[in-house]
Design a protein around this ligand. Structure first.
Ligand SMILES: Cc1cc2nc3c(=O)[nH]c(=O)nc-3n(C[C@H](O)[C@H](O)[C@H](O)COP(=O)(O)OP(=O)(O)OC[C@H]3O[C@@H](n4cnc5c(N)ncnc54)[C@H](O)[C@@H]3O)c2cc1C
Length: 468
């Protein structure tokens, strides 16, 4: 595939053939956001096509753990967990210290429960609520996952549902062009095939579900300089297409400093080590055998703290009870199989592994030093340790949107028929790394895809279109 840059083309020069190839809604990107939007449009009786650059739709969604926070779902009610959209919105807002876009916090907190229920009731996705621990910043157990507890499982189930619903999913179709008139009305898209040819599709509405710019090193240097040297653990297709189109159209960009980092990326294996280990009493120590931050604040900001340590690395230290919990996570099982987990019988052996002074390490393990965690059990030998670094998982800044996922211009006015959701749009984490509440990524993707579908249906059928 060539490296043609995403562009905006004048609608009056759109190839005539494109007009014969028409779909009401063109969805750019087949990750969790795009596939959710497609399924909801199907339920609303609106035809759409998903255009996906890869041969199989995976995106960052398949690389993820697949954990989605949601209040008030049927499965959460069945477990008698008291929760509400208001409580969830308050948790999101608190984590972002009030800097998350309020209209999106409210809209996503309200939409995600119905979205997960719809995917379960109408498309056979089965949800479980994760048990045993709370993710940082969540006041109640509301993290949902499919039975496989992986992003691959989530995407497999969404893709199966799309196939069962007979929704056109055009793979190997990298959208390069949006066709727009002078008013910003979009009339179609042009997508590139692996042999370099361009095909065209006219449409009434476009939903950008092509995620953010984490995979575009130049954009990360420009827009997110604090992570310019960090390893990117997301999907290469997160190439900033939405930002490029938005800039060319005069769209407003928002929250560009927001992102999901992760301070627990095993090296050299390149694998996620669940933050549940830290929440259950594990700790991060540096090459001096000392803790350097309060792990309970969150894994996203931990990425910056870890990168600030000598060599940009740290060790996750934990013990046997935490190891037993960790083995419930498929990501961890894979990392362990790849040799990421080291076992040490004593403080001295652990100190030798880390290369630090054993007296300093013993004091750290005994709870001495900064960042006290009252009530946390002291770790006991035998110890486990994983060498980790800080990574960029995905960007949370993007196209500014309203609560209906309509893209806004720099004057705050919505474009007539351009919608964006998931990582293509701004998220609900504010403009800094510490604003990311666990699950904000897939929250934006799934709730945003759900809302964008309703908005697209409404744009197509204004008198009768229903709102979620
Ligand atoms: C290791 C890791 C673990 C994570 N774990 C979690 C988690 O447990 N919970 C959580 O909430 N978040 C998690 N995240 C973040 C989460 O993966 C993302 O926020 C989410 O997947 C975004 O979904 P999306 O549909 O917007 O984007 P994606 O899933 O990336 O999908 C975008 C799709 O668009 C396609 N595309 C891009 N450009 C074009 C184009 N021009 N034309 C056609 N197609 C295009 C891409 O190929 C891709 O398939 C994790 C991220 C990583 C990296």
């Amino acid at each position: 595939m060539s490296s043609t840059l995403p562009t905006i083309r004048r609608a009056d020069s759109m190839p005539a053939a494109a007009r014969d190839n028409h779909v009401p809604v063109a969805i750019v990107g087949g990750g969790a956001c795009g596939l959710t939007a497609a399924l909801m449009l199907h339920d609303l009786g609106v035809d759409c096509a998903v255009l996906e650059r890869d041969g199989t739709p995976t995106g960052s969604s398949a690389l993820s753990s697949g954990f989605i926070p949601a209040p008030g779902t049927q499965v959460q009610k069945d477990l008698s967990i008291a929760d509400s959209a208001e409580r969830f919105a308050a948790d999101i807002t608190a984590k972002a210290k009030g800097r998350a876009a309020p209209q999106l916090v409210q809209a996503y907190a309200r939409a995600i429960g119905p979205a997960l229920d719809a995917l379960q009731d109408r498309h056979g996705l089965e949800w479980q609520v994760l048990d045993g621990f709370l993710y940082p910043g969540h006041s109640v157990r509301r993290m949902h996952a499919v039975p496989e507890k992986t992003g691959v499982g989530l995407m497999g189930r969404l893709a199966n549902a799309v196939a069962a619903a007979d929704i056109p999913l055009v793979t190997d179709a990298a959208v390069r062009e949006l066709w727009a008139d002078d008013t910003g009305l979009l009339l179609g898209v042009g997508y590139e095939r692996p042999d370099g040819t361009l095909e065209h599709l006219s449409c009434d509405t476009v939903i950008l579900a092509c995620n953010g710019f984490g995979g575009n090193a130049a954009m990360v240097r420009e827009l997110l300089p604090e992570m310019r040297d960090a390893l990117f653990a997301g999907h290469t297709g997160n190439d900033g297409s939405a930002i490029a189109w938005g800039r060319a159209l005069g769209a407003c960009l928002a929250d560009l400093g927001g992102y999901q980092g992760h301070g627990s990326w095993a090296i050299p294996q390149g694998a996620l080590i669940s933050w549940a280990l830290m929440m259950e009493g594990g700790m991060q120590v540096n090459a001096q055998g000392r803790r350097f931050h309060d792990e309970t604040q969150g894994y996203s900001e931990a990425s910056v703290h870890v990168l600030a340590q000598p060599g940009g690395v740290a060790w996750n230290v934990f013990d046997a009870p935490i190891l037993a919990l960790a083995r419930g996570f498929p990501d961890f099982v894979d990392a362990e199989a790849a040799g990421a987990v080291k076992h040490c019988d004593s403080v001295q052996a652990l100190a030798a592994l880390i290369g630090c002074d054993d007296t300093a390490l013993a004091a750290t393990l005994a709870g001495q030093g900064p960042y006290p965690r009252p009530g946390t059990r002291a770790l006991q030998a035998p110890f486990c340790a994983v060498k980790v670094t800080g990574a960029l998982f995905h960007t949370q800044g993007g196209l500014d949107i309203d609560a209906q996922c309509r893209v806004l211009d720099t004057q705050g006015r919505p474009f007539p028929n351009l919608l964006a959701a998931g990582g293509a749009a701004r998220g609900v984490s504010g403009d800094a790394v510490w604003g990311y509440l666990s699950g904000n990524g897939l929250l934006s993707a799934v709730a945003g895809g759900y809302l964008a579908a309703y908005t697209a249906a409404h744009l197509l059928r204004p008198p009768t279109g229903s709102k979620p």
